[in-house]
Each structure stands twice: as C-alpha cells, then as structure tokens.
Design a protein around this ligand. Structure first.
Ligand SMILES: [Zn+2]
Length: 420
C-alpha cells in the first residue's frame, strides 16, 4: 500500500514537470472559470435572498441572533449591506457591519468601550427591560447612577456598548449594544441588543456621562472616549474628572478596609475609616457609595451593641437608596431595621419591617432574599408565639434554601422546624 502511494506522488509530480505551456494555459482558464462560477453563484443567490426578504433591515439585524432585536436606524450608516462575497463564503449567515453610505466605506466598530452593570432581570427581559429601552431611546441619564464594573468577566451581568464612526467624514456615531452575564440556567456570552445610529450631540452626552461615571473598559478606551469628546468640542475639564476618580477609588479602599476591620472586630478603627470614606463620597456627591457607607457604619454600631446609632445610620442609608430607587438595597435596609427592632424586642414593628423587605424581594423575584425574609419572619412569629405562622414561614424558607442548594441553611431551617 505504501509503495502505491509513493508511485502516485511520483506520477503526479512527473505530470506537472512535463506539462507544456498549453496545459498551463488550460489549467489557468479552468481555475479562472471556476472562480467566475463561484462569483456568479454568490451574486444570484444574494439577489434571490434580497428578493425573498421584504424587510431586509430586519433580517440583517436578526442574522446573528434570532431573538427579538431592535431594528437599525440607517439614515446615514447602513447596517444592511453585507461584507464582500469572499467573506460570506466562509460564513453562511453573513458578516454584518455598519457602512458609511456617504463615503462608501465599512465603519470600524471598536471593541466594547463602555460597560454598564445590570441586574439579573435584564438578562432575561433583554429588550423588554427598562434600562435597554432607555438606552435605545438615547436616554443616557440611566448611566448617571451606574457604577464601574468591578470585573469584565462574563459572570458579571452587564451591557456593553461599542462605538464606531466613519474615519473619513464628519458623520454620526454607530452604536452597538450587547448583553452578557450568567443566569441560573445559561451563560450569555454576548447577545446583540440593538444597533443604532446617534448624532454627535447625543454621542457627546453619552461619552461625557460615561467618563464621569468611569464606565470605560480600560485606559485606552478612556483615552479614546476623551479624544472623541474633544473632537466633538467638549468643554469638560478631564483632568478634574480623573482626579475625582482617584479620590473615589481612595474612598472605596478606605471603605473596604473599614469592612475588613468590622469583620475582625476592630470596631474603633472601622468607624474611623468608614467615616473618612463617607466624607469623600459626600464631597463627590456619590450617593450610592454614601448609602453603602452609612449601612456599613450601621453594621459596626450594631456589632458594638449600639442599636440607637445603628438604627440612625440604616435610616440614612435607606433614605438615599429610596431617592435612587434602588430596590434590592432598600430590601436589605428594611431587613436590617427589622433585625434591630427584633433586638429591641419590638416584635410587631419587626414583623412590619421584615414584611416590607420580603415584599420587595418577592417583586424582584430574588430567591435568596425571599429565603432570608421568610427565615426572619419565622423568627419573629416564633418570638410572638404564633407557632403555626412560624411553621409556615420556616417551611417556605426551607423550600427556598433547598432550591438554592444552600445545605447549611437548609439544615438550620430543619432544626428550627423540629424545635417548634
Ligand atoms: Zn463617511
């Protein structure tokens, strides 16, 4: 068998060596016609495709993703034109990219420039979620309360925004938005949400807000965002903004130190560092960080058995979270206030507060929060000597902990139920 193989190789090699000029021409012509045929096939099939699709825009946008998608606005950039045929040969679905109609050029879309943290809900609601609707309608104010993503890994649910602009004309910006993150069931690597075109004024507003909130992916994207802003005639003092970011990072480091000291019971130090962090957050007007610092301080006082002080701080925290309409954090504050009332042995008040927390967690569909709520409610009923109600609450908490796969808390609930 081996001999045969060698024979064939030698045979074809000899043939090639002995080929005359006419043979070469014939081979060349054959290859040429073959390429023409491929080109012709591609052209006609793409024409057929075009004819078949009533709304080519919609198809273009739905090519990579069959889920519902916002349609492109292509007054200037066309998102419908596809890459040349040789690129599509290797990609049956086609490669879709914005295209400047004026300059007849493909527009480069840079890798994600901005990252916006979102809740788990946004991962399932996608285009139906409030934040995506706002962004699609160019309402960038939703970014004003956004925080910088702690990491850019997939686990962190986030919307990522990429920007592109024609390099040869003074055109608007094209914006691509995708979502990624991990849910209980799946990992979403990057689901396209929308592709739109935004005018220069709106782009400036978006970029300035993103720079203020430090939402850029990295230093080079930050620099690119600043240079876009300068091109668009921004009058912002970017040095001042960078300084504010530094101060915020310093305050966050102080806050983390305070929390660490709290965990180790070094309460005096924790109080000092959290208060220092709080002062900086106040100066910078960072309300969410302020609210978190108040609650951390409350934990420090609570651990030091100073319930009065703890209560005051949680109330301050709750007030700010209410202003920000931050439901998950509000639920935590209500739970904390309930715990304080429980310690005061004001069980009726504790019940009301825990119920409030539970109500919010239920509306958010947060299973862990709900489990904690029922757990606390069980304890309150037990203290009030309402055994049946306590049993119901603990049973519900047990079910939820089981669903979450939290073995130790599942065991704790079982023990509570056995004791009733
Ligand atoms: Zn152009």
């Amino acid at each position: 068998m081996l001999g045969e193989g060698v024979f064939w190789t030698n045979f074809t090699l000899e043939c090639v060596l002995q080929m005359k000029i006419e043979d070469w021409i014939a081979l060349g012509l054959f290859v040429f016609f073959f390429l023409i045929m491929i080109y012709w096939y591609e052209r006609t099939s793409s024409k057929k495709r075009k004819a078949k699709c009533a709304s080519f825009d919609a198809v273009a946008m739905n090519k990579t993703n069959t889920d519902k998608l916002f349609q492109a606005d292509s007054t200037y950039y066309s998102y419908t034109t596809h890459k040349p045929f040789y690129m599509r040969l290797f990609s049956p679905q086609g490669v879709w990219s914005p295209y400047c109609k004026t300059c007849r050029k493909w527009v480069q879309i840079y890798s994600p420039m901005l990252g916006i943290p979102v809740t788990q809900n946004a991962l399932s609601e996608l285009q139906e979620s409030d934040i995506v609707k706002s962004l699609f309608n160019l309402d960038w104010s939703v970014l004003k309360t956004s925080e910088r993503l702690p990491t850019w890994t997939i686990i962190q649910p986030a919307i990522r925004i990429s920007l592109g602009r024609c390099k040869t004309c003074d055109g608007p910006f094209c914006v691509l938005s995708e979502i990624r993150g991990q849910t209980d069931r799946e990992i979403i690597q990057g689901k396209r949400l929308f592709s739109i075109e935004i005018d220069k004024k709106s782009a400036l507003e978006l970029l300035e807000t993103a720079i203020d909130r430090n939402l850029t992916a990295n230093n080079s994207m930050y620099a690119r965002a600043v240079s876009f802003c300068k091109d668009l005639g921004s009058s912002k003092d970017f040095a001042q903004v960078a300084l504010a970011h530094q101060r915020k990072e310093k305050a966050q480091a102080l806050g983390r130190r305070g929390l660490w000291e709290h965990d180790y019971g070094i309460l005096d130090e924790a109080e000092i560092h959290l208060n220092n962090a709080l002062k900086i957050f106040e100066e910078l007007g960072e309300r969410k960080d302020q609210a978190l610092a108040y609650r951390s301080l409350a934990s420090v006082y609570y651990r030091g058995k100073n319930l009065d002080h703890a209560e005051t701080q949680v109330k301050k925290s709750l007030g700010l979270f209410e202003e920000l309409n931050d439901k998950p954090e509000m639920a935590i504050c209500y739970g904390f206030l309930g715990q304080i009332q429980f310690d005061y042995k004001e069980f009726d008040r504790a019940e009301l507060l825990v119920r409030k927390a539970l109500e919010i967690e239920t509306s958010l569909g947060n299973n862990r929060g709900m489990a904690k709520g029922y757990h606390a409610l069980g304890a309150v009923y037990k203290a009030l000597d309402k055994r049946e109600r306590a049993k119901d609450a603990y049973t519900e908490a047990l079910r939820l902990y089981k669903e979450l796969g939290d073995l130790s808390l599942e065991k704790a609930m079982q023990t509570e139920l056995d004791r009733l």
